[in-house]
Write a protein that binds this ligand. Structure first.
Ligand code: UDP
Length: 244
């Protein structure tokens, strides 16, 4: 399969790859110590990026933007440039944690509320006892201070997961990226809430049917407004298609 190239969907450059190929490539980069920025983008993020040029440019400057969500895959097919598969951010994070455990990599967790991150740390330590959890911080720190970034720059972890929700997580990574020498930085949205057990992931059958978004809507009805990004996204893709 052709990979390594990018596919543009509503101005966002997606990596044309599979979960397995991506994991291999990221593992190689981490082993070499290459600094890496990964964005996991769903239709909501694509729509937001189209309304905020600064955010769009941050996303397109990342090393990898991956298709997190069935909507992005549908959009890519509609535009005649199909992406091979959905790579949920949460799954990629799990893959990376497992690889970190095997290779005894160092990991830093940034984001979520204090009790959530503490529980997430506990669970990660228990499930992946060989990885080195070198530090963590909740996501409610002073934005203007570089204290957390300085700590990460000093500790030089292999993996840094940033769970501040979008667009903040990508903006935080971009703001401080130049001050780091190495490490894979990835925004993981609400993933620590799942890691900590505060929010349950949908049962596997819902995931397989690509209905994870629907399960989330049923569990957290307050998210309905955010879900409107999906029909908006599809309509925008249709317009884009008819331009050509
Ligand atoms: N969050 C944070 N700091 C903030 C705002 C949010 O750490 O200033 C955390 C919040 O506690 C939650 C996550 O970021 O754990 C946001 O999750 P959400 O599901 O809203 O993000 P998305 O998946 O949409 O990016």
């Amino acid at each position: 399969m052709m990979t390594g190239n990018k596919v543009k969907i509503l101005n966002v450059d997606f990596q044309n790859t599979t979960r397995e190929l991506l994991l291999n490539e990221l593992t190689e980069r981490i082993t070499k110590g290459d600094k890496t920025f990964v964005v996991t983008a769903n239709p909501e993020i694509v729509m937001y990026a189209n309304s905020d040029p600064e955010y769009l440019s941050i996303v397109n400057k990342s090393d990898y933007t991956i298709a997190d969500g069935i909507g992005v895959i549908i959009g890519s097919k509609m535009l005649g440039t199909p992406l091979p598969e959905r790579i949920p951010g949460f799954d990629l994070m799990q893959d990376l944690l497992e690889t970190a455990n095997k290779n005894e990599w160092s990991v830093y967790l940034l984001g979520a509320k204090k009790d959530v991150i503490e529980k997430a740390v506990e669970n990660v330590k228990e499930r992946h006892p060989k990885l080195k959890l070198v530090g963590w911080n909740d996501g409610y720190f002073n934005w203007e201070s570089s204290k957390v970034a300085d700590e990460i720059a000093k500790k030089q972890p292999d993996l840094i997961f940033v769970a501040l929700g979008f667009p903040r997580q990508e903006m935080w990574i971009a703001k401080h990226f130049a001050s780091f020498n190495k490490g894979l930085f990835m925004g993981v949205g609400g993933s620590f809430d799942v890691l900590s057990g505060h929010v349950k992931r949908s049962p596997e059958i819902w995931q397989k049917l690509h209905l994870e978004w629907f399960y989330r809507l049923l569990k957290q009805p307050s998210r309905w407004r955010r879900m409107l990004a999906l029909p908006d996204f599809i309509i925008k893709v249709l317009f884009e298609k008819n331009k050509h």
